[in-house]
Design a protein. Structure first.
Length: 204
């Protein structure tokens, strides 16, 4: 359950919030389950914050600092996370339907069971991210970096993988991956592929 004093501070605005975090660096914000629909949190310092189950649908989180944050089961439908920092973030079963994560950084993030249907991740940084059973239907991953990412049972139906870097990624159990999708992506001899997919000749 959220700490009401933390929520009250956040509602004072990002500038006041960031200054408060600066003055109390050891304090871990608890905003679990809060309703922040369409809130303007651009550039907010939410490092290590607990946001499990929060409603952040339509929120502006551009360039927000969410590294090591807990967003399990949070609703981020149509949220703007352009250039947000989500390194090591816990995003298990989060809803990111039609969210904008272009140029966001998510290295080592846990995206288990997340719904990213129709999300936009152009040039997103997902190195070593764990996307077990994630729904990536119709997602845009153009020029995204999925080096050593793991996608067991992830559903990539209709996903745009044009120039997506899949070097050393594990796609062996990825669902609904097509040859056409892979032929447009980048990879290498260490990329793990399903048995029905041929390694593109252009891959080094």
């Amino acid at each position: 359950m959220a700490d009401q004093s933390h929520l009250d501070m956040l509602r004072r605005g990002v500038e006041a919030w960031n200054e408060w975090r600066k003055q109390a660096p050891s304090l871990i914000p608890d905003l679990s389950g809060v309703e922040l629909r369409e809130a303007d949190l651009s550039g907010a310092n939410l490092i290590e914050a607990y946001l499990d189950g929060a409603d952040l649908s339509g929120a502006n989180l551009r360039e927000a600092h969410l590294d090591h944050a807990y967003l399990n089961r949070a609703d981020l439908t149509r949220a703007d996370l352009n250039k947000a920092d989500l390194m090591w973030a816990s995003l298990s079963r989060v809803t990111l339907t039609e969210a904008d994560l272009s140029e966001a950084t998510l290295p080592m993030a846990d995206v288990t069971g997340a719904d990213l249907t129709g999300a936009y991740l152009r040039r997103a940084y997902l190195r070593r991210a764990y996307l077990n059973r994630a729904t990536l239907t119709e997602v845009t991953l153009t020029e995204a970096d999925l080096f050593e990412a793991t996608l067991p049972m992830a559903d990539v139906t209709g996903a745009n993988l044009v120039r997506t870097d899949l070097s050393k990624a594990d796609l062996f159990w990825t669902r609904n991956l097509t040859q056409e999708q892979l032929d447009q992506a980048k990879g290498d001899e260490q990329t793990k592929l399903p048995d029905h997919i041929k390694r593109p000749a252009a891959w080094s």
